[in-house]
Design a protein around this ligand. Structure first.
Ligand code: PLP
Length: 406
């Protein structure tokens, strides 16, 4: 057998679907990839994994690409899990870790999903892909499509960070700015599918970006010696990473790679107050989220007013005993600076939102001082020039005022 996928499964109603052909959604909702976990258990062990190269392809049996097919890879995966003692001390936490995804190709965690999705698309014969993006996904898709020799069309809101606009273009995509939000861009991709003959790579509208993002959960478990943290703070837009990690933990438990009695982490879905559809649905006890009106936040990756996987996000949060919380827009720039300067990690605005929420939850006693806390740094700060209000003081090279430099 050259892969371990048993079938695809509709997330909304469990309908079994075939693997090995192009798939988007079922009844307008996402699709899971299911594996023969018993066969994986017999074929590979954590000790085997430990000997492999530090890339997300080390979990090859738990990914859908057939084993004899070369992945489209730019060296993604196995990002560091950094113990942040100084920042932890400021927050009153002894075990604060940042999973630093800013170090991935194209400077964000989006490269994980795109490595998997573009690899599968290429294997299945796709020549042209298109996607809407809040920013980073467009750059990552463009880069992986370039590496695969696939044509890429990217549609982004007109006020997407300028670095994201530039990078999609730079990697050779046909990139367009749209007078609207990401859901308006998504409609253009959907409407154009037949006429343009492109495959829709939108978040959760094909099954494989989720599998790539799942590797964040596999890596955390391996990096913690097949234990899990107590709490995870994850900046949530479309929610692929959060859903993917939850799936990873369940698969690891079934494989017996983590103990059957291990408690899964509480998932804290972090959104910005200017765009918090999942928080609203969580607070109301709903399983599906309503479109968030007038979505606005400088944390552009969180500017997702409606998520097709809303029920998957909300199910995972609730099953974990976690919650969805909105962070303050006014504190984003300060938290980027505070966390970056405390640890030397390049903290993106989306993660700044997580730190604000973490501070609130520690103050309320919802996170205990000795708990193992993982915060995801999903992107690199220099991609967000618009979110950086800091101007350096200027000095005259011929008459340095040493008093001003103290
Ligand atoms: C830096 C960053 N963080 C978080 C998110 C949200 O990710 P997800 O769609 O997996 O919830 C995005 C999405 O664009 C992003 O670019």
């Amino acid at each position: 057998m050259n892969h371990y996928v048993s079938h695809l499964e509709a997330a909304i109603d469990g309908t079994v679907l075939p693997f090995g052909q192009l798939a988007n959604m079922h009844n307008g909702r996402p699709i899971w990839v299911r594996y023969h976990l018993d066969k994986i258990k017999a074929a590979v062990t954590p000790a085997d994994i430990a000997k492999r190269a530090p890339s997300l392809w080390r979990y090859r049996e738990l990914l859908p690409l057939p084993l004899d097919v070369e992945p489209v890879t730019l060296g993604e995966g196995m990002t560091p899990l950094l113990h942040c003692e100084r920042l932890g001390k400021q927050l009153g936490l002894s075990q604060l870790f940042v999973k630093d995804e800013s170090q991935l190709p194209t400077g964000s965690f989006k490269s994980r999903g795109m490595a998997a999705a573009v690899s599968l698309a290429k294997w299945l014969g796709v020549k042209r892909v298109a996607l809407p993006t809040a920013g980073n996904a467009g750059g990552a898709a463009a880069a992986y499509a370039a590496h695969a020799g696939i044509e890429c069309f990217v549609f982004m809101p007109h006020d997407t960070p300028v670095v994201n606009q530039f990078e999609a273009e730079l990697y050779g995509a046909k990139a367009f700015r749209v007078n609207g939000l990401i859901n308006d861009c998504g409609k253009i991709v959907k409407d154009g599918a037949e006429r343009m003959g492109w495959f829709d790579l939108s978040t959760l509208k094909e099954p494989y970006r989720l599998e790539g993002k799942k590797t964040m959960g596999l890596e955390i478990a391996e990096q913690m010696n097949w234990e899990l943290p107590d709490v995870i703070f994850y900046p949530t837009g479309g929610g692929t990473g959060l859903i993917g990690m939850w799936k990873a933990f369940a698969e690891l438990k079934e494989l017996g790679w983590i103990s059957a009695t291990l408690r899964f982490p509480r998932l804290i879905s972090c959104q910005a107050e200017g765009c918090a559809p999942i928080v609203c649905a969580y607070d109301k006890g709903e399983r599906f989220a309503e479109l968030f009106p007038n979505a606005r936040t400088v944390a552009s990756g969180l500017r997702v007013p409606v998520a097709v996987g809303d029920f998957m996000i909300l199910d995972a949060i609730r099953a974990s005993g976690g919650k969805a919380v909105a962070g303050s827009e006014a504190k984003i720039a300060d938290w980027m600076r505070r966390a970056s300067s405390a640890e030397g990690i390049s903290i993106c605005p989306e993660t700044a939102v997580c730190f604000d929420i973490l501070e609130q939850m520690v103050a309320k006693g919802e996170v205990q001082p000795d708990e193992k806390v993982v915060v995801f740094n999903t992107g690199a700060a220099p991609k967000y020039l618009e979110a950086m209000p800091y101007n350096l003081p200027a000095i005259d090279k011929d008459s340095v005022d040493w008093g001003a430099i103290s």
